[in-house]
Write a protein that binds this ligand. Sequence first.
Ligand code: UDX
Length: 473
Amino acid sequence: MSSQYRNKTESIVKKILLLSWLLSFTATCFTHTNTTITILGTGYVGLVTGACLADISPNNTKVICADIDEKKIRHLNNNHIPIYEKDLEEIVTRNISRETLLFTYNIPMAIQQADIVIIAVGTPTNNDGVSDLSYFKSALKTIAQNLTETTKIIVIKSTVPIGTCNKIPAILDRYNVSPKSYKIVFNPEFLREGTAVQDFMNTDRIVIGTKSKKAIECMKMLYQPFIDKQIPFIVTDPTSAEIVKYASNNFLALKLSFINEIANLCDATNGDIATITQAVGLDPRINPHFLQPGPGFGGSCLPKDTLALTTIAKKYKVPLQTIDAAIKANKYQKKLSLKKLKTIMPNIEGKTVAILGLAFKADTDDIRYSPAIPLIKKLVKQKTKIKVYDPAAMENMKHIFPDITYCSTSYDAIKESDALIILTDWQEFKQLDIEKISTLMSEKIIVDMRNILSTKEMNTFLFRYATIGNHQY
Ligand code: UDX
């Protein structure tokens, strides 16, 4: 059989299997025993949510992850996970073989068969703080075109501007959809990249924003394993649920900008940030989490949600001065690694600078709003030679900076460098052999923006070592 013919046959067989599989689950969560959940969007949120829901649900619940990106779906069907996320591959593989999880780019069919449709598409914020809802609206349009007689529950997981859920009926109305054919729920996610599976499985709360009793019952069914474990299940109106999402991320941003500024004060006054965060964090009103100073917060959520919330607040003429300040402080923080380097090495032109950590934090390959980006831009402008290493994010960074040197290990990056800047706290960076580094570097200068190395060891090997918040140990 020629490979072309075999591929075609395999593709037809796959389509028939998909169709028969889907047709066997055409139920609602109320009137039938089988339930089908369709997730639109297989990004970080959609993929993790889909895989985890499949994993916690009984065998008669099926999850279909749908995406317009055919290539991505083909990869997923071949067990190739397009993102770096701990434990995700294992869960996907397990649920594909349990036949509780399926990937498709046939979006109309996936919607038609669903009892619950979860929208998890991206809602990026532009530089003016306005959320781009084009993917979201396009998902709504496709849902509208594929609604059936049985009422579908439309669950919004994408972060949307306050008031969006209340506008959905008017949007769907444009497609002559019966209001009886759907119910709207806003159900924010609180997943951190890198620990998203763990965060889903150990969630501390479930928030449901809806005006529909039927939707509440359906959501209870979806999250039953968590309700059984007494996890708080908070039901509110859609607008309040939308604000919960923004308030959570904005509070986290505030907390980080605050501790970063306290760390900068420690640098100036010889205070010790580690002791301070420990002592302050012991107050249960503050708590010790999310109190580590760093090179400024990045990622797909905190930078965009702070900007979006202040933009929304301006529209309502409500001052959000604390968040404005957190954004401003974060901009300053992202300049700090270079400032610290220049304090030790004022003239960096022609020098070789190694950077460890390109993603916005450890345990992810995501470089969105990463502090590494403005740093590399500035180093390029100032004509330094840049050598970088990251365990997961180098391929992504190559799209932005194709011409810097990508190394295959930390030591390769460090070798013959005049200075080293550490931006993320990957476990392997914490275990670096300092004695070895001291022999590899041309000049022994380290700027450690995560305080992961030992100051005492740095002194032993005569490094000039800059930390954040005067790290002492
Ligand atoms: C965040 C929220 O935590 C999550 O609830 C939401 O759903 C999405 O946004 P994420 O962006 O994945 O998650 O990363 P997170 O772990 O929260 O870190 C955000 C930024 O803060 C990173 O740049 C990280 O390096 C920084 N950070 C975090 C610190 O500098 N110090 C800390 O103590 C914690």
